[in-house]
Design a protein around this ligand. Structure first.
Ligand SMILES: [Zn+2]
Ligand SMILES: [Zn+2]
Length: 767
């Protein structure tokens, strides 16, 4: 037994233990030696390795490791396959930055093939730092054989799922008004939009739409997006709503009666009253003369108009709103879009051509004022969706895209969610349940380059669609010998298929897919299912537990549930642990720009991973947002880690002097104090195990912390004289025997929290 050097730095101790783990292959053996045992299934949510890990990543990884260790100690086999999320816009944007180019057009000029190769290279830029970070916090994870979303085998499994959905008519092309990022130039899915709401000040305007043939009669139309006014096609009124014509300052305005005062104030004369239906068909002059619809610029009826806000007369620009789009389709009116793919006005709106539309609100309002067509303007604050990636305000466009009809299986989604145990519990029917209740079809297509290609080929002659379900299927249907083609753009775009209906030539659609579908497919694709590992897949599905940050409610938690429910009808996990944010001491979000971010590696280097882990788990429940700082780690180190080190040191120092060797049967003469500390140990063990089986890390930690203090400040302090007695008395033997049992069992209880120190004690005392 080695005497403990209390001066040894935490980091040195941890490196010593880490070396031992590596030397003896302890992690791998903890899995292989339990082959045949009951499995406890854990899925690793794949991080992206093109950015550095931050403090927020630590909490999730510490809990994941905790559960793996705890369940392993209970005898389960817990496989822990690592994974990397490698596709998507973040990678593309990073590469664009490196190359000094921006936007799809410049990528195409640069060359898609070269661009893709750059993306591939940049994906693992920070892999080394991630590995070091993961090892340094003691997270046991198999990073030598990870699943990687860019591999052909992974993509092939994803294709297999998509092909199945396409066959079942759940994956189709359609027109929807879809959130779109003009800067990234791609559409977003609803779960992406949900991640990026920000409060902003915008300008609303009430414009005057002059009734054709009248001298001075105007419909008043209110809009929160003045930039859509140049694309006005129609005005909508509710047929049964009461409207008035009111005279004010020599002009006549048409508004809903209930909204008249709100818009006109108190000084106006009511000339006549009308039902909305009386205005249907009334022609008007649009405030902007640039676009002339073949069929439009007359009033139509719409059920969605109400008297709750605005004027009761709704300006309709079909390209930018779901209701607008449907209404225009219903009335067979003209459709046009005056905005290009980068969110700028096209040549159809000459005064503003080339300008980003949302930046033009003020000038649009000025233009109206100059023309005498502005009735009112107002600044207002509202929550507006921004791109979760690049922070641009999103626009809503009616575009054609590929959708997965998740709404057709909504009941199954809700049913599967009900079977999941959520921590914290309120997420089930709150944040997550609400999101499912309000689900819209999953917009899966992305008009970008670096992603899993959407595996749909369309016949040039007869429009027949086909989605191959494997590489072999692709090779079989392909024109010519394509070999083992890489399943990325542009390589896969060169593959043409023969149409099974008409023998024509089929080409692939240009889209790649939403990167969240990649990670959502991991239960299947990490095993290359169904092409390999069917048995392993069965054993590793569904997960007993997954754990990620609360921001994944609409991210990975959703995409996992969605892919699995669509593909198998089953929930992919039994239990979800959703962790809160790590905030600074004042309760602000940590961010690089605010300069209040904690660097995980700095903390580990200064205080050790054990103290860091303890501080994260013992202080408060991980579901809550956590105020965190170095101070919490320092306190954890001095109160818990150092106390335990000193207890270990005390024992080894005197036991070595006395040449004491532990023998289970030679208990000595136990005193009341011995029996007390052992009985406390047993009750603490019960409390800890019960709490941990319920994923209550904090309750278990509090019990342990109290006990560590009792052992040091009560038991040792009051037993000191016995350790110092001359010779090996029965009382001294009992004291050593007791403290040995306490330390060994305590180290096991502490192992999931502080694996380095726990292992150091355990191996030193048990050999
Ligand atoms: Zn963006
Ligand atoms: Zn055909």
């Amino acid at each position: 037994m080695r005497s403990v050097n209390t001066k040894e730095a935490a980091l040195d101790r941890e490196n010593r233990v880490k070396d031992y783990w590596n030397r003896e292959d302890v992690f791998r053996r903890s899995m292989s030696e339990r082959e045949g045992n009951e499995t406890f299934v854990f899925y690793e949510g794949p991080p992206t390795a093109n950015g550095l890990p931050h403090a927020g990543h630590v909490l999730g990884r510490v809990i994941k490791d905790f559960i793996g260790r705890y369940k392993t100690m209970q005898g389960y086999q817990v496989l822990r396959k690592g994974g990397w999320d490698t596709h998507g816009l973040p990678v593309e944007l990073e590469v664009e930055k490196q190359l000094g180019i921006s936007g799809k057009q410049q990528v195409e000029e640069y060359g898609v093939e070269k661009f893709i190769e750059e993306c591939k290279k940049s994906v693992f830029n920070y892999e080394k730092q991630w590995r070091e970070f993961t090892e340094s916090i003691g997270y046991w994870l198999d990073m030598d054989d990870p699943y990687v979303t860019l591999q052909n085998r992974y993509i092939e499994s994803v294709w297999n799922i998509l092909s199945d959905l396409h066959k079942r008519d759940l994956l189709t092309k359609g027109h929807r008004v879809t959130p779109y990022c003009p800067s990234c130039q791609t559409t977003l899915s609803s779960h992406e939009v949900a991640q990026g709401y920000e409060d902003v000040k915008d300008l609303s305007a009430t414009a005057k739409f002059k009734v054709k043939g009248s001298e001075n009669e105007f419909f008043l139309g209110w809009t929160t997006t003045p930039w859509t006014l140049p694309a006005n096609v129609t005005l909508a009124v509710h047929p049964d709503l009461d409207y008035i014509k009111a005279e004010q300052n020599g002009e006549v305005y048409i508004v809903a009666e209930a909204l008249a005062e709100k818009n006109l104030g108190e000084e106006y004369n009511v000339l006549s009253k009308h039902k909305g239906s009386e205005f249907a068909g009334t022609e008007y002059h649009a405030p902007f003369p640039f676009v002339k619809p073949e069929r439009g610029h007359f009033v139509v009826e719409a059920g969605f108009v109400n008297a709750e806000s605005g004027t009761g007369v709704v300006h309709i620009a079909p390209a930018y709103g779901e209701d607008d789009y449907n209404l225009v389709k219903e009335h067979n009116l003209s459709f046009f879009n005056v905005v290009d793919g980068q969110g700028r006005y096209t040549e159809d709106v000459p005064p503003f051509e080339g300008r980003f539309v949302k930046d033009c609100d003020v000038d649009i309002v000025k233009y109206l004022a100059n023309e005498g067509l502005l009735f009112h303007k107002e600044k207002y604050e509202h929550s507006y969706p921004h791109c979760w990636r690049c922070d641009s305000p999103l626009l809503y466009y009616a575009i054609e895209s590929w959708f997965i009809k998740t709404t057709e299986m909504k009941d199954k989604f809700l049913e599967n969610n009900q079977q999941v145990e959520w921590h914290p519990e309120h997420i089930k029917d709150g944040r997550f349940g609400n999101f499912l209740e309000n689900m819209v079809d999953w917009n899966i297509g992305r008009n970008r380059f670096w992603g899993t290609p959407l595996p749909i080929w369309i016949c040039d002659s007869c429009d027949h669609q086909y989605a191959p379900n494997s590489q072999a299927d692709l090779q079989e249907k392909a024109i010519g010998d394509i070999g083992d083609v890489e399943l990325h753009k542009p390589y896969v775009d060169r593959v043409q298929l023969t149409c099974e209906k008409c023998n024509g030539t089929m080409n692939r659609v240009p889209e790649v897919i939403d990167v969240w579908f990649d990670s959502g497919s991991m239960p299947f694709a990490q095993q290359h299912y169904p092409f390999e590992n069917k048995d392993q897949f069965e054993k590793q599905f569904p997960a007993d537990v997954i754990c990620e940050g609360i921001d994944q409610t609409r991210g990975w938690f959703y995409s996992l549930l969605a892919v699995s429910t669509l593909f198998t009808g089953k929930a992919p996990y039994k239990r979800v642990l959703s962790t809160g944010h790590i905030l600074d001491e004042e309760g602000r979000k940590m961010s690089k720009s605010k300069g209040n971010a904690l660097h995980p590696m700095d903390i580990v280097n200064k205080f050790g991973a054990d103290a860091f882990r303890w501080a994260l788990l013992a202080d408060s429940a991980p579901w809550n947002n956590k105020r965190f700082s170095e101070r919490v780690v320092i306190e954890a180190k001095s109160k818990v880690i150092d106390t335990l080190v000193n207890t270990h040191a005390f024992y080894t120092l005197y036991a070595n002097i006395d040449g004491y060797e532990y023998n289970e049967k030679e208990t000595g003469e136990k005193t009341l104090l011995d029996r007390w500390v052992l009985s406390r140990l047993n009750s603490v063990t019960v409390v800890v195990n019960e709490a941990l089986d319920a994923y209550d890390f904090t309750k278990a930690a509090k019990a342990l912390e109290k006990y560590i203090d009792e052992v040091s400040n009560w038991y040792i302090r009051r037993s000191r004289d016995r350790f110092w007695e001359e010779g090996m008395t029965e009382s001294k033997k009992a004291a050593y025997h007791t403290l040995h049992e306490v330390l060994v069992q305590l180290s096991q209880l502490m192992a999931p929290y502080t694996p380095f120190l726990a292992d150091d004690i355990y191996h030193n005392l048990t050999g």
